[in-house]
Write a protein that binds this ligand. Structure first.
Ligand SMILES: *[C@@H]1O[C@H](CO)[C@@H](O)[C@H](O)[C@H]1NC(C)=O
Ligand SMILES: *[C@@H]1O[C@H](CO)[C@@H](O)[C@H](O)[C@H]1NC(C)=O
Length: 434
């Protein structure tokens, strides 16, 4: 698909998409004359030339610098997560920093109010101790790519167990209660659901029973092992889904962003669920895609959640249940679903937020580039839809210029890392984000 033809029709498509959405939500058609859809931007929340990491003491900072456990040039954020404590309009903002090298002192952090030379200071979460063993204590956190906060105020943390791409610990999943900081769940993945030395668990997606926070499933994307592991929280059992649809595609192994290109050969990276009780979608679905691919896939949740269907090394298990929804022409990194059934993702080319209304066919004319920003949306590896203190949905995006970090190198004189947000209603209706 050619996105250059999409640019000039940007307005028309957004209006069509938005009116359709309004029609569904409000039961009537509405047009929005006079709204300026172009040059809209997300609201800036956080910008940094480099991540500024805080330490328990200046002495500890010196120690890790000397020991080679902190290299300021190699701390690259991947994900953002946001939590509004009940009634409080200032949220807690969390950031993940996978240990791509040995020089990452901690892998999960929160944003403070302290502004320093390179940007706002981060501090370790849940505490510095959790990260301090650098892979020696597998009960601590070794390397976190992404997290997800559920509707019960708990943060699910997927730990890949690797440092510098070497497996130090088995992959594991933690759930922490954000109010108390206490561990509410811990699961170490058994060897029969991952590939030792190959698997890289990068994204958790949570499905919770509306009435019982301890019943549900966690879907874990294994981007290098090319599969999805399903974890039944109540039964504490897991199984692995792997077949041609969880793999990368040769046409999309090269990523071109803002004039630079690099190679990524990654399978399953992002998963999202259709909202509960969506009219016309009686069966809930899991949508997923591979990073190095442009295929958008779907599978009924009842099939994914039925452990008896999936067998280790059986690439034909459940195969006829997979649906290829369509191809989008470029890669998407992170994805998130709104309560109204809009699937959003961070599109690589052009750098933008892509939206698709899940009631329509997955074709270019039913997709819209809500925000296109080559400067400020270079590699959106973190994307979340969260509910704010008023119960309204917001999108939060983290971009990190990964093509430079993994390619020619970052220029620390310019802003490399950004966290931006917008109300979902404002974003979909072409209104200013702030
Ligand atoms: C700011 O970033 C640069 C580039 O990585 C680094 O050399 C410098 O030490 C950083 N400053 C602080 C205070 O972390
Ligand atoms: C799970 O799948 C098996 C095998 O296809 C089937 O016999 C069974 O009825 C399914 N269970 C549920 C709860 O759908």
């Amino acid at each position: 698909m050619d996105y250059s033809s999409m640019h000039c029709q940007h307005c028309i498509r957004i209006i069509a998409l938005v009116s359709c959405l309004i029609a569904i939500v409000a039961g009537q058609y509405a047009t929005a004359p006079g709204i300026e859809y172009h040059s809209k931007a997300l609201e800036r929340v956080f910008e940094a030339r480099n991540l500024e990491l805080g330490f328990p003491t200046p002495k500890e900072r010196e120690r890790v610098l000397r020991a080679g456990l902190y290299d300021p040039d190699s701390v690259v954020p991947i994900d953002v997560d946001v939590y509004y404590t009940h009634g409080d309009k200032t949220p807690s903002i969390f950031v993940t920093i996978p240990r791509f090298t040995k020089g990452v002192p901690y892998s999960l952090a929160y944003v403070t109010n302290e502004v320093r030379e390179n940007g706002t200071e981060l501090r370790a979460y849940p505490s510095y101790d959790w990260h301090q063993s650098h892979g020696a204590d597998c009960n601590g956190l070794t390397s976190v790519y992404r997290t997800q906060i559920d509707e019960c105020g708990r943060m699910w943390i997927l730990d890949s167990g690797e440092i510098d791409f070497v497996q130090h610990c088995p992959p594991q999943l933690y759930a922490l209660d954000l109010a108390s900081g206490g561990v509410v769940h811990h699961y170490r993945l058994p060897q029969d659901v991952y590939k030792t030395g190959v698997s890289r668990f990068v994204t958790p997606t949570i499905e919770m029973d509306a009435k019982n926070c301890d019943v549900g499933h966690v879907y874990m994307a294994d981007s290098i092992g090319d599969g999805i592991v399903v974890y039944d929280v109540a039964a504490q059992k897991s199984w692995r889904i792997e077949n041609k649809y969880t793999y990368p595609h040769p046409d999309f192994g090269t990523f071109k962003i803002a004039g630079e290109s690099f190679q990524l050969w990654d399978g399953s990276v992002a998963m999202s669920l259709t909202p509960h009780g969506l009219a016309g979608h009686l069966e809930r679905m899991l949508y997923f895609h591979s990073l190095s691919s442009d295929w958008q896939m779907a599978i009924p949740l009842s099939v994914v959640n039925n452990g008896s269907i999936w067998k280790r090394n059986d690439v034909s298990a459940g195969l006829d249940q997979f649906i290829l929804l369509g191809k989008r022409g470029s890669q998407c990194v992170a994805a998130a679903m709104s309560e109204t059934g809009m699937l959003l993702c961070g599109l690589v080319q052009p750098p933008s937020i892509l939206a698709w209304n899940i009631r329509q066919s997955y074709t270019p004319e039913n997709m819209a580039l809500l925000i296109e920003d080559e400067q400020r949306l270079q590699f959106v590896s973190g994307l979340k839809i969260v509910r704010n203190h008023e119960g309204k949905e917001e999108i939060w995006a983290l971009s990190n210029r990964l093509q430079k970090a993994f390619g020619t190198g970052l220029n620390f004189k310019e802003v490399n890392y950004r966290i931006q947000k917008c109300g979902i209603y404002e974003l979909l209706n072409g209104l200013p984000c702030h």
